[in-house]
Write a protein that binds this ligand. Structure first.
Ligand code: C2E
Ligand code: MG
Ligand code: MG
Ligand code: MG
Length: 286
């Protein structure tokens, strides 16, 4: 409702806008206590090696078990966390929890990497390096097993500052992954300057594989370019065998998507990674 062009004064008087605003305030209030009340949980979605079909790592995806609204998705509450200054605390918890779980898996003999998503705002926060160091040190994990997923939009506001932070992270041995590649800024100049190690092809290209030769040509081009730049390529949102076969044929390094597994709680992921065929997905989609 608030999106009416130039109509912020109108929107202000709209009852639905009023409702949205109240809803947001209520949620940010609830979110403030969610950390203390242990209502947040990390789900994990595997990444699969295109050649060996082995699990290479997992992506941590945060969930909120809201006391009355049930399971809430990050697309809803991450923007609220950002808007109300809660993203630092939330992101810090995610980093710590992901590292704690990675240490458990290492002890169980599961050789995996873990990736954590960061918003542009998180990348701009002064204490990000501190939070990462604290999480890594506290759980005694090898920082080379930690990947941070960022999107191209981190370069839209302050490119130089973003470049500085990413360079420090890379020097620290942390792997950097460019998430949702192809959907946003996509400046090739930026790609050549940036210290990223991995590129994730956005789901919207993957989705069209098999039905659109144009999409296939674009994916083929992205993979060639990435390999020429020494980047590993991960495809997200792989849902069909046809998409998988096409991606493997195009030499995509790693695959991720519902075809293999949906995001799931840590204990289920452990069973899945240990080869329990009965574990397929998460309660998200039941
Ligand atoms: P993302 O990092 O691009 O994550 C991929 C999203 O696609 C996830 O949604 C995942 O559940 C979903 N997905 C995976 N495979 C498939 C598939 O085959 N088909 C389809 N249709 N979807 C698939 P989710 O978990 O709702 O997360 C949405 C976004 O929220 C993430 O996008 C990420 O940007 C953000 N996010 C999630 N967890 C965190 C977090 O801990 N911190 C931050 N800052 N952002 C997070
Ligand atoms: Mg991601
Ligand atoms: Mg993505
Ligand atoms: Mg995304």
């Amino acid at each position: 409702a608030a999106k009416r062009a130039g109509g912020s004064t109108f929107a202000f008087f709209e009852p639905s806008m009023d409702h949205d605003a109240r809803e947001q305030l209520q949620l940010q209030h609830d979110l403030r206590s969610a950390l203390d009340r242990h209502e947040l949980e990390l789900y994990y979605q595997p990444k699969i090696d295109g050649y060996s079909s082995q699990i290479t790592g997992v992506e941590a995806l945060v969930r909120w078990h809201h006391p009355t609204r049930g399971l809430m998705m990050p697309g809803v509450f991450i923007p609220i966390a950002e808007r109300f200054g809660l993203i630092g605390a939330l992101g810090g918890w995610v980093l710590d929890e992901a590292c704690r779980q990675l240490q458990i898996w290492q002890n169980q003999g599961l050789r995996m990497r873990v990736s954590v998503n960061l918003t542009p705002q998180q990348l701009q926060q002064d204490d990000l390096m501190d939070r990462i160091h604290r999480a890594v040190t506290r759980h005694k994990i090898d920082r080379r097993l930690l990947t941070l997923e960022i999107t191209e939009s981190v370069f839209m506001q302050n490119k130089d500052a973003a470049l500085r932070v990413l360079t420090r992270l890379a020097q620290d041995g942390i792997t950097l992954s460019l998430d949702d590649f192809g959907t946003e800024y996509s400046s090739y100049a930026v790609l050549s300057e940036m210290p990223v190690h991995q590129l994730k092809i956005d789901r919207h290209f993957v989705m069209k594989l098999g039905t659109s030769l144009k999409a296939e040509a674009i994916v083929d081009g992205i993979i060639h370019m990435a390999h020429a730049l020494n980047l590993r390529v991960v495809a997200e949102g792989v849902e069909t065998e046809e998409q998988r076969d096409t991606l493997v044929r195009l030499a995509c390094d790693e695959l991720q998507g519902y075809l293999f597994a949906k995001p799931m709680p840590a204990d289920r992921l452990t069973l899945w990674a240990m080869g329990d065929d009965t574990v397929h997905g998460s309660p998200d989609f039941r």
